[in-house]
Design a protein around this ligand. Sequence first.
Ligand code: ADP
Ligand code: MG
Length: 369
Amino acid sequence: MAADSSPVATAPVSRETGSASESPVAGAPTPSHVGDSAAAEDALAAVVSRETEQREELASSLPHGDHDTPLARAVAEDARKRIALTGRVFPKPPTTRVLTVANQKGGVGKTTTTVNVAAALAQAGLTVLVIDIDPQGNASTALGIDHHAEVPSIYDVLVEGTPMMDVVQECPDIPGLWCAPATIDLAGAEIELVSLVARETRLQRAITAYLLQAESSDRPTPDYVLIDCPPSLGLLTVNAFVAAQEVFIPIQCEYYALEGLSQLLKNIELIRNHLNPTLHVSTILLTMYDGRTRLSAQVADEVRTHFPEQVLRNTVPRSVRISEAPSHGQTVMTYDPNSSGALSYLGAAAELADRGAAGPVPPPAPAQN
Ligand code: ADP
Ligand code: MG
């Protein structure tokens, strides 16, 4: 079959209505018109779960042709994701989940993963705060957030003790997505933090205060906080590890991918033993995956063997649209929502949200030797 002949009409998500403007599930009620009471919440959950089931049925009813080329397989897979996910409302976690997106290597897709997963969660109806603690400020750029030198930023929060509420800006393209930007000042913060009291816990305190303040103001309380780290283990990254419960590791499907990972895990262990006993690796996403190469498949197999519970089923392909989006001050979720890169991030975000719907994702049981 020509895999791209799928009858799927896709539509960007409209957050005002809480559903896609052309929901693939005909006749599904619009969830956001239900009120706030507990009964209404149950009704909403029932509607969402019925709609999810209908979407999955529809997606799996797509004809399975002879997808004997990687391209045909990829196109068919994208069509399934579009039906199953576009316009879906993701479940809220019972309490705010704070995830640090970390990997000691640079250029592996930390920032790209942070902003696109954050955008996907926000487009699916959740409130998300991205905290940019990389002095390069790439996450701020990709979210279209002003971060020139005079803008109040995460530097002021960490070094000056400015409340996070005073520096957070809403992303212009995506309602529900907020960002604490990084400016170039942050480059000096590693050194300035050394002499400050409680230097490892400053971000954690700032986030706790923000969540409390949001509850008592009209600022929505974030369902997710994603922290975009620099590629080194300095005080900025330590602050991120102390502030989070979960570590989210993007791994690039290339030869040296696993090098450095054991060092990262050792550092997480150190933080867990000394500063933050709740910290654990909950989520791993394979990025820049190239289905045509044996190397990508080998790296993916190896990571899945070591971390069977943490690795998300969705992988993110190497995609020109993903790499172009930041130069337009956008995430790929708004730049090209139907591209396979955007659909992969949407799939990854859905898995993340579904796993966290029942509460914080617990650490996996220790391996038996
Ligand atoms: P990090 O934050 O780990 O340093 P980035 O997210 O900034 O890494 O990604 C490094 C570079 O790779 C950026 O130019 C980004 O646009 C590009 N990139 C990231 N993910 C992909 C992808 N899936 N396909 C193509 N380019 C990508
Ligand atoms: Mg980065």
